[in-house]
Design a protein around this ligand. Structure first.
Ligand SMILES: Nc1ncnc2c1ncn2[C@@H]1O[C@H](COP(=O)(O)OP(=O)(O)O)[C@@H](O)[C@H]1O
Ligand SMILES: [Mg+2]
Length: 364
């Protein structure tokens, strides 16, 4: 198809008709009978990294590494030969590296604009399903944990009581050391079990809250725990609006993440160049588990520690998974649960020297 020399009518008149598509996090391109892009949504602009002024009017075939596929779809959709098709394609982006995308082509049965393309990055799809899988998994394992904790709690009291009775019968210190071990271990388990159960007992209190107050609370707690050698840098975006959520839950969640960072920084704290950064931003058009979100808070906890060990990466959010001597492995599991309860997601990227936990929470 040869490009036309005259200016292509850009579809500002189409904007009202497609306004609803602006809400999607999937990139949408509407193609006219000549194969030109007539309209794109914001998500498509972001994916192509081009403004719609530039994209609209271009030949759609030029955007892909497989132009013939687009030609074929166009001919067939104009002829009403299919309803919907799916295909993996490579999106060419003039300003950035090409992107593997899943394309869903829908025939619109309109003479002017016969074809609609929906594009989603394949990498993002993979990530989403991993997050969903993890959500299901962690719900199942948390339920198991709760039940187990209940089962352990009662006999534990009995074991401790019996050991105490036995202790009064024992004469030598050596003998009493054994009962001492039983009692100390029973107490340790008791604390663990209480922590598992307590996290599910507190009623949720949802109200408007300022995320920077939450950050400041967490910052002061950690500063008190690590008075020397740890820098907690703030990089707050003052334009972040209030969000609705449970303040105590969010404090606990953030505290767990920041405390992990501080613990991972032990060596750097000793040498005096440990740094944890708390960063807030407003993010637009993000996809949280199972739904797109127009406006979200993007809260980062970034540390310059050694990174999360490779063998733990897939499991750090699972309960009882710990890479620390004496760790309970409950911190991130609980943080994740609280973030989910507040409608958000938590994720991380970690390489030696930089671990970046990203918490997304919906804003109204
Ligand atoms: N910022 C971090 N840097 C390095 N490792 C981390 C970081 N955050 C978490 N981890 C790893 O994830 C594990 C699990 O964390 P968590 O669920 O809080 O349990 P715990 O702190 O009791 O071990 C930690 O033991 C640690 O190995
Ligand atoms: Mg922890």
């Amino acid at each position: 198809m040869k490009p036309r020399s005259t200016a292509v009518p850009i579809a500002s008149d189409l904007a009202p008709a497609y306004a609803g598509l602006e809400l999607l996090s999937t990139a949408v391109l509407v193609i006219d009978a000549e194969g030109r892009v007539r309209w794109v949504n914001q998500a498509a602009e972001a994916m192509l990294d081009l403004s719609r002024r530039i994209v609209q009017g271009q030949l759609a075939r030029g955007l892909f590494a497989e132009p013939r596929v687009i030609d074929g779809l166009l001919v067939e959709s104009s002829a009403g030969a299919f309803g919907m098709r799916r295909q993996a394609m490579l999106l060419r982006r003039p300003l950035r590296e090409p992107l593997q995308v899943q394309v869903i082509a829908t025939a619109l049965y309109l003479d002017e604009t016969p074809l609609l393309l929906e594009l989603s990055a394949i990498e993002q799809q993979l990530k989403l399903s991993r997050e969903e899988r993890q959500l299901d998994l962690s719900e199942a394992s948390r339920r198991l944990m709760r039940n187990l904790a209940h089962e352990i709690k009662n006999p534990l009291g009995g074991i401790r009581g019996a050991a105490q009775l036995l202790e009064t019968e024992l004469r030598t210190r050596e003998e009493r050391e054994y009962t001492g071990v039983i009692i100390a271990e029973a107490d340790r388990l008791q604390t663990l079990v209480d922590r598992v159960l307590a996290s599910h007992r507190a009623p949720r209190v949802v109200a408007d809250l300022n995320i920077h107050e939450v950050c400041e609370r967490v910052r002061s707690v950690i500063m008190a725990e690590y008075p020397n050698g740890l820098l907690i840098e703030r990089d707050y975006d003052a334009s972040v609006p209030e969000l609705r959520g449970d303040r105590e839950q969010l404090i606990q969640a953030l505290l767990n993440v920041v405390r992990n960072a501080a613990q991972a920084l032990q060596a750097r704290i000793a040498s005096g160049d440990a740094c944890v950064q708390l960063r807030t931003r407003v993010a637009q058009q993000v996809t949280m588990i199972r739904r797109p979100c127009r406006l979200a808070l993007d809260l980062r906890v970034i540390d310059n520690g050694p990174g999360i060990p490779e063998e733990l990466k897939e499991r750090v959010f699972d309960p009882l998974v710990s890479g620390r001597e004496g760790g309970s492995g409950l911190g991130l599991s609980l943080a994740q649960e609280f973030i989910h309860q507040n409608g958000g997601t938590i994720d991380f990227e970690s390489v030696p020297g930089r671990t970046d936990f990203r918490i997304l929470l919906p804003l109204r």
